[in-house]
Design a binder for this molecule. Structure first.
Ligand SMILES: [Zn+2]
Length: 148
């Protein structure tokens, strides 16, 4: 467990304001020591999962963030429907599937599991995950070479 930031969770409304509230919560709940490089992707993917939960799932929708002291970030979204998303079967017109395809693309790992009251969809981001130059900055390279 992280000594800087405790695990946090919140319940979100089941309406169009949920993705915005989810992003605000994520900013407040993320660990300032460990999560500095993955927040953009985390906000994007959390918006997708929360949108899916509101549009295709059922209340209550909850969002949880927990720091595991790595540079990665694990986010969990639960809702009251046991219907799980199927990203690989998504067609272009299927918004639900598109969101999950994005999660599949950007996350280091993700999963969807039934719970007692519905389901939980989670994803794990790693600093080097995702596409392109966001993975590692010149400052990171320098810090590694010369120490902090
Ligand atoms: Zn932390």
């Amino acid at each position: 467990m992280c000594e800087v930031t405790a695990a946090a969770s919140t319940r979100l409304p089941s309406d169009a304001s949920a993705p915005r509230l989810a992003r605000l919560f994520l900013r407040g709940a993320r660990c300032p020591q460990h999560h500095s490089t993955v927040l953009d992707d985390a906000e994007l993917l959390t918006s997708e999962l929360v949108t899916n939960a509101v549009v295709h799932g059922a209340p209550p929708v909850t969002l949880a963030v927990e720091c595991d002291t790595s540079s990665g970030m694990r986010v969990r979204v639960t809702d009251g429907s046991s219907r799980t998303p199927l990203p690989r079967a998504a067609r272009p017109a299927d918004v639900d599937g598109r969101g999950m395809a994005l999660v599949d693309l950007l996350s280091a790992a993700w999963g969807a599991e039934p719970t007692e009251r519905g389901k939980e969809v989670w994803f794990l981001l790693r600093r080097s995950s995702g596409s392109g130059p966001r993975g590692r900055s010149a400052r990171d390279e320098a810090a590694q070479r010369w120490g902090p």
